[in-house]
Design a protein around this ligand. Structure first.
Ligand SMILES: [Zn+2]
Length: 255
């Protein structure tokens, strides 16, 4: 299972982050994060890095059961301040998908992690992945711009961090054939989307499903996500639907 998180902040700070947007819905308190990690450990889940999980899926064809990879999107500075201490305490090797416009432009953005902080994450055994430069909906921009977002964020990070960047997260989770093709062309080894609680397969390496636990980690949906058989069937169904549906739709469009 791959989990997705955004903001991590104590309730009093979370109010300041949202600025009237819906961001508060994506904010979890550090204590809630801890609680979720405890629940996962109680359910016999083992935390693994996303690169390790991706390698296992590529090798075996299926996602190993009871392994969980933790991911954070957007590269918020609160991840460094509030998630990192929890991750280190629980020994969780998380992956951070960050946007790179501020790195590309060389302009500091206090809301986002800077290069030194990202390097520090790497030093703690965390992974950094690309999440585009400016966080557009990749379906709504022309292909050359999407190419720039996908290729550019990879090279921005590789230059700044001096390490290979293998993983990409689609902004808003959205992708179609063209975006998948670009991500492959750029040389990423896998990409993550959103899409709920489903077991991942080798067919879906370029749109790996991620699940967002409810705050208490014990909703009906959460329990469904923890169900092996249901998750496997959902994953296979979704992967096949994309794998078969996209070529059929493209052929129909051409005819
Ligand atoms: Zn995002």
């Amino acid at each position: 299972m791959i989990l997705i998180y955004h903001h991590i902040a104590p309730p009093r700070e979370a109010a300041g982050i949202c600025d009237g947007t819906d961001d508060w819905r994506l904010t979890l308190a550090p204590a809630q994060l801890e609680k979720q990690f405890q629940t996962l450990l109680q359910r016999d889940f083992r935390f693994v890095g996303l690169p390790e999980l991706v390698a296992a899926i590529a090798r075996r064809g299926w996602e190993p059961w009871r392994q969980v990879a933790v991911t954070f999107d957007d590269g918020y500075a609160d991840n460094y301040a509030h998630a990192l201490p929890v991750l280190r305490r629980f020994n969780v090797p998380a992956t951070f998908f960050v946007t790179t416009d501020h790195i590309h432009q060389g302009v500091a953005d206090p809301r986002l992690m800077n290069v030194d902080q990202l390097k520090e994450l790497l030093g703690f055994g965390m992974t950094v992945g690309a999440h585009s430069r400016t966080h557009p909906n990749l379906l709504e921009i022309p292909e050359p711009r999407a190419r720039d977002e996908i290729f550019g964020s990879k090279s921005d990070l590789e230059r700044a961090l001096g390490t290979r960047i293998d993983l990409f997260a689609y902004p808003y989770g959205v992708h179609h054939r063209v975006q998948v093709k670009l991500v492959r062309e750029a040389g990423y080894t896998a990409a993550v989307s959103a899409g709920g609680g489903a077991q991942n397969t080798r067919l879906g390496l370029f749109w790996l499903f991620r699940y967002g636990l409810s705050a208490n980690g014990n909703s009906r949906e959460d329990r469904q996500a923890f169900n092996f058989l249901g998750g496997t069937l959902r994953g296979l169904y979704r992967d096949l639907r994309k794998k078969l549906g996209w070529p059929i739709r493209a052929a129909l469009a051409r005819s």
